[in-house]
Write a protein that binds this ligand. Structure first.
Ligand code: CA
Length: 226
C-alpha cells in the first residue's frame, strides 16, 4: 500500500507541529495548512486520504472549509474543536465532517479515530463501482466497461484509471501519479506515465469514444469530459 496522505488545517503552530510529528512517526505523509484558504488550496492541489480540520480558523471558518471540502470530494474529515458544544458537533457533522474531537485530546485517541476512518473508507471502496461519463469501473472485480464494451486492463493501467476516476475533474500532477500508482520516485527522466496514459487512451478510445484523459501542459493530467 502506498503512503497515506493526511492534510492538517490548523492555525496554532504548536498543535499543528505536534500532530505532524506524531503522524509522520506513524508513517503518514503530512501536509500542514495554517488557515482555511491554504487548506482548500492544498486539498485541490493534491488528493489526500484524510483531513484533520480545526474548527476555529482565521479567514474562512472551519465549518465553511468542511462544507467546501465535502462539496469537492468524499475525503474523510475529522474536526478538532475547543468548543465542547453539542451544537458545534451537529453543525460539523451536518457540514460533512465524519468525526470530531474536542481539544485537548490525546494523540492516541486521534490516531484511533484516523484509523477508523481510513478503514471505513477502504472497506467501502472495496466494493465500489465508480462511474465517469461512459466509463464504469467495478473496483471489487477490477473490471472496466466503456459503454457496454468490456475492456481488459493490466494491473498498472487499472491502478492509473482508478486514481483518475477517484479524482475526476482534478489535475493530477506527475508527482502524485508516481506516488500513488508506482509508489516511489522514478526521477524526472522516466516517461512511464506518458506510456501508460497512451495505453489507456488507446483502450478507452478504441471504438472512437471521445477522449477523457487530457494532458494539462506543464501540470499533469485530468479526467474530464470535453
Ligand atoms: Ca484554531
Amino acid at each position: 500500500m502506498t503512503t497515506q496522505r493526511i492534510l492538517i488545517i490548523e492555525d496554532e503552530p504548536e498543535i499543528a507541529n505536534y500532530l505532524r510529528r506524531g503522524l509522520v512517526l506513524e508513517g503518514f505523509h503530512v501536509t500542514v495548512a495554517a488557515d482555511g484558504p491554504a487548506g482548500l488550496a492544498a486539498a485541490r492541489e493534491m488528493p489526500h486520504d484524510l483531513v484533520i480540520l480545526d474548527l476555529m480558523l482565521p479567514g474562512i471558518d472551519g465549518l465553511e472549509v468542511a462544507r467546501r471540502l465535502r462539496a469537492a470530494s468524499d475525503v474523510p474529515i475529522i474536526i478538532l474543536t475547543a468548543r465542547d458544544a453539542v451544537a458545534d458537533r451537529v453543525r460539523g457533522l451536518e457540514n460533512g465532517a465524519d468525526d470530531y474531537l474536542v481539544k485537548p485530546f490525546a494523540f492516541e485517541e486521534l490516531l484511533a479515530r484516523i484509523r477508523v476512518q481510513l478503514r471505513r473508507r477502504q472497506a467501502s471502496s472495496g466494493s465500489e463501482v465508480l462511474h465517469f461519463g461512459n466509463l464504469t469501473l467495478d473496483t471489487a472485480a477490477r473490471e472496466l466497461r466503456v459503454g457496454e464494451r468490456r475492456v481488459e486492463l493490466t494491473a498498472k493501467e487499472y491502478d492509473l484509471l482508478e486514481l483518475f476516476m477517484r479524482h475526476p475533474n482534478q489535475v493530477l500532477t506527475r508527482e502524485v501519479i508516481y506516488d500513488r500508482v508506482w509508489g516511489y520516485d522514478f526521477g524526472g527522466e522516466s516517461n512511464i506515465i506518458e506510456v501508460y496514459v497512451r495505453y489507456l487512451r488507446q483502450k478507452l478510445e478504441a471504438h472512437g469514444e471521445p477522449r477523457v484523459i487530457h494532458t494539462v501542459r506543464g501540470a499533469g493530467y485530468i479526467l474530464r469530459e470535453e
